[in-house]
Structure formats: C-alpha cells, structure tokens
Design a protein around this ligand. Structure first.
Ligand SMILES: [Zn+2]
Length: 297
C-alpha cells in the first residue's frame, strides 16, 4: 500500500518526506490511459503533490501543482491534500516521444521547459498562497527543487521516479522524496546531506532494489541520528460529486444552463481527474436556471 513518512534529524536541522506511490501511479494510468511518457510525467507530479501537501501540517490543506512547459503533453496538473489523497490529469495523455539517447523516457521533452510551475497552497482557511517559478527542465523533480530555491528561498532536494513499462505505459513502481534544510541548521549538516545525496542512486533504482521509505531516509541521513515523525497512507482519490457539477453549472448564465442539455435531454459532465461522468436531466437544469433568474431579480 502507498504511504508517506515524515522524518527529521535529531538535531532539528534537516527534514525529509518520502513517499511510495506505486498504486497511485497505476490508478492514474488506469483512469487516464496514459502513454509511457505521460505515465511518467503524471506519476512524478502526483508524487510531488503528495510530498508538498505533507509539508503543510493541516488536514484541511491542499497543494495544486500545474506545469505547462510548452511541450506536447500540455498542462500536467496534480493536487494533493493533508489526508494523503492525490488526483491529477494530463491534457494530452496519448502523446508519445522517442526514447532519449540514454534509453530513458523523455519526460522533459514531453512536458517542455519554456513555461512555469504554478503552486497553489491552500491551508483550508483564508486566501490560498499562489507561487510560481520558471521550469528548468520539465523533468518535474528539478523543477520542484528550483521552485523552492527561487520562489521560497528554502534549500531543498527533490527526487521523483516512476518505473514504466515502455510498451504499455503501465507504471510498476513510483516514489520520491523531498528534503529540506531547516532554519538555523549548521553548515555541517547541509554539507553531510549533500555528500549523501551525491552517493544515492536514482529513485527508480532504489525502488527496484526493494528499498522502502525508511531505507531511503536512512541513506539521506547516513551518519546522522534521525527519527520518523509520522506516517500517512496515500490514495488516488477524487472529491467530485453531483453537487459540485451543479455548482459549476450554476455559475453560467441561465440560458446557457438550459442549453447544456443534449438531444437525449441530459447534460453530461465528465470529471477530468477521475473520469466519472455525471448526467443531469433537462428538468433539473431548468430548475437551476429558474433559481438563478429569481436570485438576479
Ligand atoms: Zn472526479
């Protein structure tokens, strides 16, 4: 089962969050029928959203990550919340690109790197915080690292990996970590962790070796004392509902609401995150339009 752990060094200078997200990546593939490169890009961003949401210590919090690098995948979006629920989509899920010369999927080429990573952090109360940073490679983890460095001035290291069947596009393993240097940390801790990071193999290699999240944090904090703060199960979950669809419809002009019904007498709306479809009968649309007209008077 997918899970996320939060860890900290005993001297309070470094914290790391590590997530195993293989099931989440698999479900997103089943929902969106993603190509190999789209599975990798979306799996990475979903894992990134889970990690970044875990940084906000509030159950009502959510983090939305939106990448548009000008590449053929279009927008790649992922939302994670404080309860370990993650969902996302990619605008053009069937895009395929030739493998890179090193035999790897060309995630950076598919996402592109000429646009922005937008980050919307909502604590569940008050105005959400919106930040953004230029993409550096479109490879996702590097872009998240760069976002923290440029937009929030927090020294961060992020690694994300999704192992994908290059024929079918099915993800078999996924995971990642986010490491941050905490305020007041000495140079020694930062230098030590930098040394450890250099020695670490890529995320997919560690997952393929069967390393769990505790093993990975152990490598990050090699030579330091550390402890696990807590653990959260992760799931691909959507919060869409019929009520939300009706609420979205009610933002339209009354005439537009009625015109949503097709020839069969139903308006159909598909959730872009989970693929669920909602069919609203014309009578209900007329009622909604009528309520809206009344409110205007
Ligand atoms: Zn949904």
């Amino acid at each position: 089962m997918d899970r996320l752990i939060r860890t900290i060094t005993k001297d309070g200078s470094l914290m790391a969050i590590a997530a195993e997200s293989s099931d989440m990546a698999l479900i997103s593939y089943q929902v969106h029928h993603t190509s190999p490169v789209a599975s990798a890009a979306l799996g990475r961003l979903l894992t990134g959203a889970a990690l970044m949401a875990a940084l906000i210590k509030s159950p009502g919090a959510s983090v939305t990550l939106k990448m548009n690098g000008g590449g053929p995948l279009g927008n790649v979006v992922a939302i994670g919340d404080g309860k370990g629920h993650v969902r996302g989509y990619v605008q053009n899920p069937s895009v395929t690109l030739p493998l890179r010369s090193d035999g790897k999927l060309d995630v950076g080429g598919a996402v592109g790197h000429t646009g922005l990573l937008a980050v919307i952090r909502d604590r569940g109360e008050g105005e959400p915080y919106i930040g953004q940073a230029r993409l550096v490679s479109g490879e996702v983890a590097e872009d998240i690292t760069s976002y923290y460095a440029t937009s929030e001035q927090i020294p961060t290291a992020c690694a994300l990996g999704v192992l994908v069947d290059k024929e079918t596009g099915e993800p078999t393993l996924a995971g990642g970590f986010l490491l941050q240097v905490l305020p007041g940390a000495g140079d020694e801790a930062a230098a030590k962790v930098e040394e450890n990071l250099k020695k670490m193999p890529p995320m997919t290699t560690m997952l393929a070796k069967g390393m769990n999240m505790e093993d990975i944090c152990g490598q990050l904090f090699d030579g330091m004392e550390w402890e696990k703060l807590d653990e959260t199960p992760l799931t691909y979950a959507c919060n869409c509902s019929r009520e939300r669809v009706l609420r979205a419809f009610s933002t339209l002009h009354p005439d537009e609401i009625v015109s949503l019904a097709g020839e069969d007498g139903f308006a159909e709306a598909a959730c872009q995150y989970c693929g669920r479809t909602y069919r609203i009968p014309k009578e209900e649309l007329e009622k909604l339009a009528e309520e809206k007209r009344k409110k205007k008077i």
